[in-house]
Design a protein around this ligand. Sequence first.
Ligand SMILES: *[C@@H]1O[C@H](CO)[C@@H](O)[C@H](O)[C@H]1NC(C)=O
Length: 375
Amino acid sequence: MTSEPLIHLPTEIVVQIVADVATDKSAQKSLYACCLVSRQWYSCTITFLYENPQLGTGNSFTKFTNTICPPIGVRKSRWNLGSLVHRLDLSALVHHSSPSLTARLLGKVKDNLEVLLAPRTSFASNSLPSLSKCLKLRFLDLSLVASPMLFKDLKKSLSSLEDLRTLRLPQSTSVMESDSFNIPWPPHLRRLQFSGHFLAAPMRTFPWPPSLTTLTLKNCADLSLTNLSSLMCSPDLSRTLKRLTISGQNRHLSADSITSILAMVPELSFLSIPGDMVDGTFFELLCHIGIPTLEVLEFGYPSVDSEVYFTTESLLKALDYGLPNLRAVGFAEIFCSDEDSLDDDAVDDFLLKRAEMRKWLQPGAGTADPGVYYV
Ligand SMILES: *[C@@H]1O[C@H](CO)[C@@H](O)[C@H](O)[C@H]1NC(C)=O
């Protein structure tokens, strides 16, 4: 085969081409191909190839770790490939790894890692020391992590992550005493997903992250009334919290516990609760106390039943009397599939009319996306 002379493109053009290729999520194969074109193309492509590696299928994870942290004796790349990784999604890994391999891998990617979704089985206490060195982490999802680790050890390893804004705690989290309470949270943590087991007594004085604005409760072992109220009763929490989601994936929820939160966090702008855990009492209390700050109310995925136990009329009444600034209502689609359960059109009409009225009374006031939406 006679080889054609290579056409040489200026580096800026090659970067432009590669950047275009990289915008496609499934570009990994094409980027790899670009790397093989020439030395010039390799150096233009390699940062894109490693930025957000796709490791969910086949033996891609093994290939990746063999390259990033080669076994002893294997020749290393001239490039510090680990430092090119910004996002690591290990959530699809099942058996290809171990906690010690995860620890080694984190050691290699620590310089620039910003987003980490931890694997289910191959993350454990011995992965924590390397995690604590990923100083650029912004988003850390440990929600799949099943192996138990001491909450105080986890907190210690996260304390110095200055950039961490979002944290999802492991489903294996356990807060049975207050020994972790004086260990500081990452200083700028804003969004927290809380999970696992806890005892009501120590939780009453649980120090929440000082700048927490968004809290999600998911995979909690027991959110019956006493437990949930102990969790939410801290005045610190109600001072900063703006967005609260109680997922249907919590055990022992009841309509009583859901109603009780109305009184505990009075200044929310967003509230999402499992639709099947709301009853007439919830709306009666809403009419009575009112939450003028609330802008979005979501009846999310059910905890037990695919039915709601309230009437459209009681919801409309609460919108009128207790939620003067509510602009949107979300429904899990499952609640609207049945003709005679909820009248979502009536709710939509109400909200749109209110937005019209508002526009007319206060021109320029922000009423973004009013109406009903589905989740
Ligand atoms: C709260 O939930 C935990 C499970 O997470 C349970 O062991 C405990 O008994 C519950 N109740 C109280 C009052 O702590």
